[in-house]
Design a protein around this ligand. Sequence first.
Ligand SMILES: [Zn+2]
Length: 849
Amino acid sequence: MTDPSYRLPRQVVPRHYRLRMEPDLDTATFAGSEVVTLDVIEATDRVELNAAELQIDQARFVRGNACAHAEVEYDEERQRATLRLSEPLSAGRWELQCRFKGILNDQLRGFYLSTFDDEDGNRQVIATTQFEATDARRAFPCWDEPDFKASFGVTLVVPEDLMAVSNGAEIERAPLGDGRVAITFADTIVMSTYLVAFVVGPFEATPPADVNGVPLRIVAPRGKMHLTEFALECSRFCLDYLATYYGIPYPGDKVDMVAIPDFAFGAMENLGCITYRESALLVDDDLATSAEKMRILDVIGHELAHMWFGDLVTMKWWNGIWLNEAFATFMEMKATDAFRPGWKRWLEFAAAERPWAFKTDELAGTRPVEFEVRSPAQAEGMFDGITYGKGSAVLRMMEQYVGEEPFRAGVESYLRRHAYGNTETSDLWESLDGSSGRPVGKIMDTWILQGGYPQLTVRAEEGGVSLEQGRFLLIPDPADTSTWKIPVQLRGMAGGEPFETGVLVEGSRVTVPLGRPVDWVIANAGGHGFYRSRYEEPLLDALVDRLHLLDPVERFVLVDDAWTFVEAGRSGVSGFVSLATAFRDEQEQAVWGSLLGAIAAIGHHLVTASTRPQYERWVAGLLTPLADQLGWAPAAEETDLVRRLRGRVIDSLGRLANLPEVVEQARSIHERRVAEPTSVDPEVAGAVISVCAAHGDAETYETFLDRYQTVSNPQESLKYLRALASFDAEDAVDRTFELIVDRTVRNQDTSWVLARMLANRTTGPYAWSKLRDRLDGILEIVPPMTQSRIADGFPALSHPEVAADVTDFLAENPLPNAARAVEQKLERLSALVKMRQRETGAIAGALPE
Ligand SMILES: [Zn+2]
């Protein structure tokens, strides 16, 4: 259900918009006109549509010789304009002709300005758009709801020396004789208003590549063409891969991938004119880590996946955003995995996106994936780890349950059936039920319509194993009796014989007969299940003794589950320390990622000054064999993931074990790299920057700041910005705050830089006190839709007195656009305060002497 007061009346339906936009980059304003072909379904003397921060100078309805002028009334709160007529428009086809004016804002939404300094240090200005969810109405009057689909014919009037891009291919250029040119683009397919885009500025484009007849270009601010090669290679692959997967040709007439210097999100799937944050598109192949390149490949796969799933077929209303985003995330994994199998994307998915979702979904303050959305503002709260992480993880779980080809066939039939139309979530389930012959909809409802996720308790029984489900909550609630329909894949040995079997757990408990006593069992074989497994003894010991028989993803899941049980107070830290020690021969970087994440958390929350030397010796002892094996430089023919592992090991030896010889070596490698950037492996380079920051003085800070401001590619600049937020000194915190306030840090990055400062073990509490004292000023800088990312830093502040201050202060001074995120992070914080109080005393006994 949706609240009718947020929906436009349906008696007038737009079919085609002819738009002419004239942005003036010098005065930060624009003028526009539109001719909207529309059907009047029932005669009416008032037409309502959306408009915000627009002044409509003229509006008239024309049919043949008939012409009716309308009076315009604005409803600012509901972002609407009502066009009133003295006589009703008769039913049938009409044209609305409109002239209007607006502003190019600096809020990263609607039609907005972005700036960059070119190679000569001159400030350059770009006008660009970001319309999702409901900001098309800031650029032109429109029926700004996703099911009012129409086609769009766009003309942009721009200075002759600038480039202009929109959704369709350029079909005409008409010089106006005043230094400007009117560029007309081909009509689009019928699509939602939130997918319209205009980009104007000093850009350059790669020559078009031909992908099955579709011209594809990378468009970047002038002077950055040397950073486009990898994106072009990824885009060509993904466009072809996705058309093949969907079994449907690309729905537009061209693809432009456009890098924008100021961008609130990662990227935006405007049909044929996809916009990106620079760091999500442009990269120097020789200097970037594989994780940085994977991010680009991911985002490209994600946005291109939307061209069909989202653009060709679109949700009816904003409650469907989750499926749009979850599906594109799922497809991004598939495309990335197909392009670079060596990066083991699904293992990385289990290690990154899935835990990201767990971290929210194990809180009482989580939300169901799909919920009722009345106002569009509520839809903004859907762009979080639950939508992207949990949504895609449960889709992956279903795909593995029904089989990859039946799943793909269901997606294809869904897209064919609803092409150019709008859908509800249940439409996809219907197609998948049909293609798989399994009750996909019934199973998915238990994952989508209720919040939270289950824990599966696994016990050895006479002749088999029993599985018992119950909701897993970081702070347990015995009254919660939620259950799920869980597709469980079991693998192991019974009576010396291997077995593998699937079971759909529906009730609270099932027994799986194996015919023989179980030797060992993995209750989430392949690691696709969105649940945690808790093995009762002797099954846990049996697994720890047989780590070599488990797949990397299964070892990862074992570690991740074990650490979470410590956070939730279901196990003690000493058990985790022994488990981690059993992994000393591990070679898989994703598994080490999980181990080192937990080890860092132990160092952050549980280790005190008196136990730190003992902790540092433990970490060093655990990692030294691996460090000796890997050395400081890659061997020839080494895989990207081994290189990434080396980076992790150096980083941890430098920052967690604080080994002086590693810090020294990191400093000298950093100096060498500044002089000769390609002389150091990118993974080692990333680690040494991080180690140098953790042990850096004021002089190092200034060097890093200079690097941040002068390096020419986005990943390098991000590495240094991340480092600037990680120095262990209050002076450094002061300096970074200054950089935020004087806008040296772009406002697109401000919120995560703040979160990173809060998460620092030693200076986090100081950073909090600064943030608290100047919160109002900071909130003026942070774009509203990125505010919730500040809250990511709160759980680190687990000193009881600091945590109490954070909680009390935010109760009095809420972050206006991040209420749910703040509530969730404070719940996690309170669990971590309890862990600190519970386990700090145990740490000396848990760590080896
Ligand atoms: Zn998306």
